[in-house]
Design a protein around this ligand. Sequence first.
Ligand SMILES: Cc1cc2nc3c(=O)[nH]c(=O)nc-3n(C[C@H](O)[C@H](O)[C@H](O)COP(=O)(O)OP(=O)(O)OC[C@H]3O[C@@H](n4cnc5c(N)ncnc54)[C@H](O)[C@@H]3O)c2cc1C
Length: 671
Amino acid sequence: MARVGVFICHCGANIAGKVDVEAVSEAAINIPGVVYSSHQKYSCSEAGQKVIIDAIKENRLDRVVIGSCSPKMHENTFRKTVQQAGLNSYMLEIANLREHVSWVTADKDEATKKAMDLVKAAVGKVSFAKPLTPGQVPVEKRALVIGGGIAGIQAALDIADMGYEVVMVEREPSIGGRMAQLDKTFPTLDCSACILSPRMVDVAQHPNIRLLTYSEVENVNGYVGNFNVIIRKKARFVDERICTGCLECMGKCPLKKKIPNEFENGRAPRGAIYVPFAQAVPKVPVIDKEYCRYLLSPDPDKVEVKEGEKKPKRKCGVCAKVCTQGAVDFNQQDELISEKFGAIVLATGFNLFDHSKYGEYGAGKIPDVITALDFERIVNSSGPTEGKIVRPSNGEKPKRVVFIQCVGSRDEAKGVPYCSRICCMYTAKQAILVREKLPDAEIYVFYMDIRAAGKGYEEFVLRAQREYGANYVRGRVSRIYESNGHMVLKAADTLVGMPVEMDDVDLVVLATGSIAREDSVELANTIGITTDNHGFISEVHPKLRPVEVPREGVFACGACLSPRDIPDAVATAGAVAAKVGVLFSNDILMSDPMVAEIDPLKCAACGACVSVCPYSAITMEEFRGKKFAKVNEAMCQGCGTCSAACRPGAAQLKGQTDEQILRSIEAVLQW
Ligand SMILES: Cc1cc2nc3c(=O)[nH]c(=O)nc-3n(C[C@H](O)[C@H](O)[C@H](O)COP(=O)(O)OP(=O)(O)OC[C@H]3O[C@@H](n4cnc5c(N)ncnc54)[C@H](O)[C@@H]3O)c2cc1C
């Protein structure tokens, strides 16, 4: 007969404020198999853990139930606690009385009753627990960094400096991310390219870093310490090993000023063969197959030619003709690269809200309504206007410039209830840049609240107002329309409670909010991790484990976690590097023993488990003419999909067997 001990945690007032913990503890002693029950203020504290250890020893407990917060929070802590008392650490069950009860149940009696039921279920389940032993897996000490913005760059450099090999995968032709598009950076106003470019070069030159640009991750298999990753290196049609970066080819492309340059936010043209910007790393052009005349023209070898007709010729190809190195290679194909990694770092950054959803601001229709990113490029000396702030409609200097904050932030109606955190600051920066370049311009900033929480940030916003004369108006703009070659803006000043009408506005800059990358959910699915409601990568715990994601060995940094500025992106990148360093300090890892196992005697060899396993961890085997499914324990992630699909009940998840689940249901119904 099992000897179960029950420990109910108050979690301060988190649980005890709603659940009558004494009553739950008293009721638990009457559950069959329970020989000890108590309650503590904080079971996870040192004193709380000592109570558990002493009680296990004194009462010869062989199984433990702890009624506390989510197992996500403290299961590992309590596993170590029971192990210290001499028990196998898997003879433990957690009843989640916080997230599943006190935080979500309004009525105290209902909450207490539900807590009692969950404790009964946990006792029922733990009564059938069996000791489990973790396996050992070697660690591949190589890291994959996905995304080459400032966060990915910093993480890669830090990991590489620790002596570990890094492969960086960036989907654009160059690394740099959004920071490469910025002019100056708040709050120090240092030139973005000047502080970023040396780091980009460091990545390219670091002996421990291999850079794969114009590439994407296609598939991820495996587990912490041993991920198998397939990377698609898209055809660049220029051989990176041969190209010298002379860029002669670009100058000769007949489409050289015909295609909107994404780096310039579409405000300057590029050719079909191009490098996105002057400081690109690698400085090797790429041919855009959507536009290239040669690649779009039919392949003469594949065209059916009637008798007497001439074989057609490919169009253009001038870039290949002018390349003295012979680096242009129109036959290049996408390459699939398979690599093994011990850790994966996600640093895929963010996107910007589509401002055309604010039709009332004339966005996308009125040429002099631009976005903050447009402004960054316009004010930049290597941008489309060589740094001159001019009206896109007529090229003239604007006399009255209006900034509008929170366009696609803190707007529930537009599906973005959160604050993008960077817009108040970059708007203040852009207001300062306007004053520096246009000393006589009038500058207005329409804001909801100023959020300037950061070192020197509040002072920076005050400088924009006091030193640089930006007029801050608290209020929401309701409409902008064109009139007499300028714009009229209607708003409400919410401080004085008066409507505002401003005419003769020359330039409007919209502070568009940050959103998750459009493919973030797809990428998360590929890697086997989750995203939040808005598509940003979910962390294990926002306070205690802010750069770890719920798949061991995978980490995230920068703006793919949530909107953030450069200092925050760099700080999280450093934190990720430290976590990877800790992981790689082990030669061998203990693997989770809660994996699937298949009883060959019960297996009907139907293959259902093989087809549903998301980790390809199950294969069909044959022994003496009998076929059966077998689990590769090192690859199994313990998701339990196979056991749900297995009709004969041959597939079972250790620690979550059918017997344990049924017993926990029975416990609630019968006890
Ligand atoms: C208008 C504007 C002005 C700003 N001004 C400032 C400022 O003055 N100071 C400041 O501190 N911050 C500023 N910021 C914020 C700053 O841009 C961000 O903090 C920073 O870019 C975040 O870096 P990141 O590496 O996390 O993301 P990103 O810069 O977005 O980089 C992510 C990288 O990942 C790549 N990627 C994405 N998906 C994939 C994939 N699936 N596979 C491979 N690669 C992928 C992208 O191509 C990109 O290169 C500003 C932002 C904006 C919009």
